[in-house]
Design a protein around this ligand. Structure first.
Ligand code: C2E
Ligand code: CA
Ligand code: CA
Length: 647
């Protein structure tokens, strides 16, 4: 067995000088043999040049192996060529390419010992083994029994490290063994540089693929992100334009998702988002796109769909799938979704308009009670645009002096005396004229303007009251306070105190009217504020009593002074025994708890008489007085005062 373990590069170095003592014929023969060997070698070098060129085109390792195998056959009669690399565990090797065997063993893993290649990996030195019939390794004997006599095993060096080993097995060689060694060594270098190039390209591709994925994917759910959604919707619109087709859009927002995050923590919130993403995906087809475009917002693109037919059915399927209970570690969670639907070209011809309109429709679905879909209409858009415009002009209303107050008297039914005035805010819009508070107060609440509006009302109402109390010192003023003032950091108590102080008014000159909603949305904060206001001496009234959904429980715990019976009960009171029964019930509660009762919205003498007969002490309504301007209040109080003086 001959083992060559050293690299030999040039044939000249392997050709020993010819002896001078040999005979001429021998010398001629030797010369012939030498030149034959040189010629053969030169031919093989040509082959190597050709393979070098071919390999520049190979793009995968199996491709390299196929080309190398063909070349190895021509060079050294190689019939089996394999390429293996060290497995990631560093203990075994993995076959990555094999040509010339019956079985495709690509991917086959064997121990370093089994392979007999460990020393090549560690030393980086190539090896040639011949006379395999005498081989000691199992691998060598197996090759021998398959008819192979020569095996070359060469390290494949990439970037200075041994990346793998190439093995070439041949039954017989034409070349001188030293030349064959040199040729195979050169071939292995070529393989090394080719594999290095392929791996570098694969790495570049992997990195750029990863970068593309990162820039288009939402990391939490794996869905498209906003940028990718934008690109896809634009592409769908372009295609639809070219083919005269439609594109459906669905904007989905989870209902009350914030509650899950706030109460159960963000990691539960994230899990819910992942489940929702999966569920939405499961209802869609491959041609559809679903993207997560915000915290709990998803948009779905459905090429070819219209809002009229297919989309509502799909929206319903998504809503039903999202609302299925979500198993969690401790208990089952359930979440609803509101979906807005619109389509190209009917509801917009560009990405921004379509998203905006689907969003508008989604908000309408929320307004209508959540957990449902709503289809966009032009009317809906006009309405919303008007609201947006109102919200914009509302923010300038105060500085443009467009606000003023009216005051509606509350009387003591028995004496007819005015005991309080309810301040009612008016907005004189420069273009639209008088806008009712029922319209602009909700806008002020949603746009964050309500705090400054309440302060304006407080300031102006107390300023007016300070003057009127010179005529009627026990007159009170009632101010409506939005439920939002009972949340967060509105500093309501401080603002009320400083306004009272500014006009030198006692706390009980002011009554704040709040609705049951204040106790529903922010129960703890509301309770805290109500207690501080009450202990400072400020009067508190429950407005629109009976229309809210709060449990009456709060009446027991809150220091309330007055109940204002909503006008829906007072309306048609005389003809409706049920309303009478409800009001009588309220009177009983009020009496038990020593609360004053005001009947609101009194429009007829009959209603006033009924209230009086049944023990209601105070009343307010158009029959008694319409809301009055400050100037009219001056007159009313003056008249009252002169009547008192005359008496
Ligand atoms: P509210 O607090 O229930 O105020 C009483 C409303 O009923 C007033 O409407 C008043 O004009 C109307 N009204 C009084 N008597 C009668 C009657 O006999 N029949 C009928 N049909 N209506 C009667 P207005 O001024 O349009 O106010 C509507 C709502 O806007 C108020 O309801 C209140 O919730 C809100 N609002 C008014 N001013 C303010 C304010 O300064 N701040 C806040 N947050 N809300 C205000
Ligand atoms: Ca009120
Ligand atoms: Ca009311």
């Amino acid at each position: 067995m001959l083992i060559l373990s050293h690299c030999r590069t040039l044939i000249t170095s392997t050709l020993a000088p010819v002896g001078l003592t040999i005979k001429r014929t021998k010398s001629i023969n030797s010369f012939k043999a030498t030149s034959r060997r040189q010629q053969l070698y030169a031919e093989h070098l040509e082959q190597l040049n050709a393979i070098a060129e071919q390999l520049t085109l190979a793009s995968t390792i199996p491709e390299v192996m196929n080309q190398v195998a063909a070349c190895a056959e021509r060079l050294v009669g190689g019939q089996r060529v394999s390429y293996c690399e060290m497995a990631p565990d560093g203990q075994s090797i993995q076959l990555l390419g094999l040509v010339g065997s019956d079985k495709d063993q690509s991917g086959h893993v064997m121990t370093l010992e089994e392979s007999g290649l460990g020393d090549i990996f560690t030393t980086g030195v190539g090896r040639y083994v011949s006379n395999l019939e005498n081989a000691t390794s199992a691998h060598g004997r197996a090759l021998s029994s398959s008819g192979f006599n020569h095996v070359w095993s060469f390290p494949i060096v990439c970037g200075g490290t041994v990346e793998g080993v190439v093995n070439i097995a041949s039954p017989e060689i034409e070349l001188h063994p030293d030349d064959a060694f040199s040729v195979v060594e050169t071939l292995s270098r070529l393989i090394g540089s080719t594999i290095e190039r392929i791996k570098a390209r694969e790495e570049t591709q992997r990195v750029s693929h990863q970068l593309v994925k990162q820039s288009t994917t939402d990391p939490l759910t794996g869905l498209c992100n906003r940028a990718e959604f934008h690109r896809r919707l634009q592409a769908s619109i372009d295609t639809a334009k070219a083919c005269g087709e439609t594109v459906g859009i669905m904007f989905l927002d989870l209902d009350l998702f914030k509650n899950i995050n706030d109460t159960l923590g963000h990691s539960v919130g994230d899990d819910v988002l992942k489940v929702v993403a999966e569920r939405i995906k499961a209802t869609l087809e491959p041609a559809h796109t679903v993207a997560r475009v915000g915290g709990d917002e998803f948009i779905i693109i459905v090429p070819g769909a219209e809002s009229g037919s297919q989309l509502p059915l799909m929206a319903l399927a998504i809503i039903n799938s999202v609302k299925r209970p979500i198993p969690s570690e401790l208990f089952e969670l359930q979440i609803g979704a509101s979906v807005g639907v619109c389509s190209f070209p009917a509801d917009g011809d560009n990405v921004d308009d379509l998203v905006k309109n689907a969003d508008i429709a989604m908000y309408r679905a929320k307004d209508l009670g959540r957990n449902q879909y709503h289809v966009y209409t032009t009317e809906l858009g006009t309405e919303l645009n008007k609201q947006v415009e109102l919200s914009r002009t509302l923010s300038f209303a105060e500085q443009n002096n467009e606000f003023y107050l009216q005051f509606q008297p509350q009387i003591d039914i028995t004496t007819g005396r005015i005991v309080a005035l309810e301040a009612l805010l008016r907005w004189e819009h420069p273009v639209e004229g008088n806008i009712p508070p029922d319209i602009f107060i909700p806008i002020a609440e949603s746009s964050g303007l309500i705090t400054s509006i309440t302060s304006w009302v407080l300031e102006n109402a107390l300023a007016a009251l300070a003057v009127w109390r010179q005529v009627q010192p026990d007159l009170r003023i009632a101010i409506n306070v939005s439920a939002q003032e009972f949340s967060g950091n509105s500093r309501l108590v401080e603002r009320v105190h400083s306004a009272l102080y500014k006009y030198g008014l006692p706390a009980d000159a002011l009554e704040l009217e709040l609705t049951e909603t204040a106790f529903l949305t922010h129960p703890d904060k509301a309770a805290e504020l109500v207690h501080s206001l009450s202990s400072a001496g400020i009067k508190l009234a429950i407005d629109d009593f009976g229309t809210g959904y709060a449990s009456l429980n709060y009446l027991i715990h809150m220091p309330i002074d007055t109940i204002k019976i909503d006008r829906s009960f007072v309306n048609e009171l005389e003809q409706n025994p049920s309303k009478q029964a409800v009001i009588n019930g309220i009177f009983t509660i009020a009496e038990e708890m020593q609360l004053a009762c005001v009947g609101e919205g009194v429009e007829t003498p009959g209603q006033l008489a009924w209230l009086q007969r049944n023990g209601c002490k105070y009343a307010q309504g158009f029959f008694i007085s319409l809301p009055l301007s400050a100037h009219d209040v001056d007159h009313v109080l003056d008249k009252h005062y002169s009547m008192q003086l005359a008496a």
